[in-house]
Design a protein around this ligand. Sequence first.
Ligand SMILES: CC(C)(COP(=O)(O)OP(=O)(O)OC[C@H]1O[C@@H](n2cnc3c(N)ncnc32)[C@H](O)[C@@H]1OP(=O)(O)O)[C@@H](O)C(=O)NCCC(=O)NCCS
Length: 187
Amino acid sequence: MDSMIIGSKIILRDKRLADAQDDYTWQTDPELAQLDAMPPLATTFSQYLSDYVSELRYSPQTRRRFAIETLDGKHIGNCTYYSISEAKGEAELGIMIGNRNCWDKGYGADAVATLLSYIFRRTDLKRIYLKTIDSNPRAQKCFQKCGFTPYGHLVRDGFSFVLMEIHRKQWERWQWKRNDTNSIKED
Ligand SMILES: CC(C)(COP(=O)(O)OP(=O)(O)OC[C@H]1O[C@@H](n2cnc3c(N)ncnc32)[C@H](O)[C@@H]1OP(=O)(O)O)[C@@H](O)C(=O)NCCC(=O)NCCS
C-alpha cells in the first residue's frame, strides 16, 4: 500500500530505494548522529544498500516509516512511529531533517503535525512519546509547537534526554486551534 499524506509544507510518503543515497549521507554524518544520540554509521554504501533493500521488503506491524518531501518533491528527511503497542495504545515518534538548508523553516513541525494527524485519525493509539537530547533546543521547540509537553528526563549511554509526550485529548484540543486540514491518499 503506497501512502501519501499531504501537510501544509511537506508530504509524507512511503520509503523508496531511491532514498538510500540521501539516507546513507545523513546516517554517516557525525553532527546528525550526535543530535540523534547515535554513533555515525560506519558501513560501506554497498552493504548499506543491501540491508536497505531487505528493510524495504520487511514491514513490521510495530513500525511505520515515511520519507519527508517538500511540496515540490525534494527528499529532505524521514519520520517514523515505532515501538507501536496496541495493548498500551502508544508509540514512539522519531524525525530527522537531514538537509541542513531546510532547518528552522517549519518543515519539521509540519512533518510532526502531519504525522500526528495521521496517527490519531487512522489508528486507535492514544499517546505518542519521544525523546530528544537536552542540548537540542531546536528539536524541543519544534515538538512544543506541535503540542508535545515534557514529562521527564532520562540519562542513557552518556546522553541526557528530555522526554516529551502528547495524548489524543491534548492533540484534539491542539489541532482544533490549528484548524487541521491534512489530506491522506492511499492506494
Ligand atoms: C529537529 C528538527 C526535526 C526540527 O525541524 P525544523 O524544521 O528545523 O524545525 P522547525 O522550523 O519546525 O522549528 C524549529 C524551531 O526552533 C527554533 N530554534 C532553532 N534553534 C534554536 C535554538 N538554538 N534555541 C531555541 N530555539 C531554536 C526555530 O526558530 C523554530 O522556532 P520558530 O518556528 O518559533 O521560529 C530538525 O531540525 C532536524 O531534524 N535536525 C537535525 C537532526 C536532529 O536534531 N535530530 C534530533 C531530532 S529528536
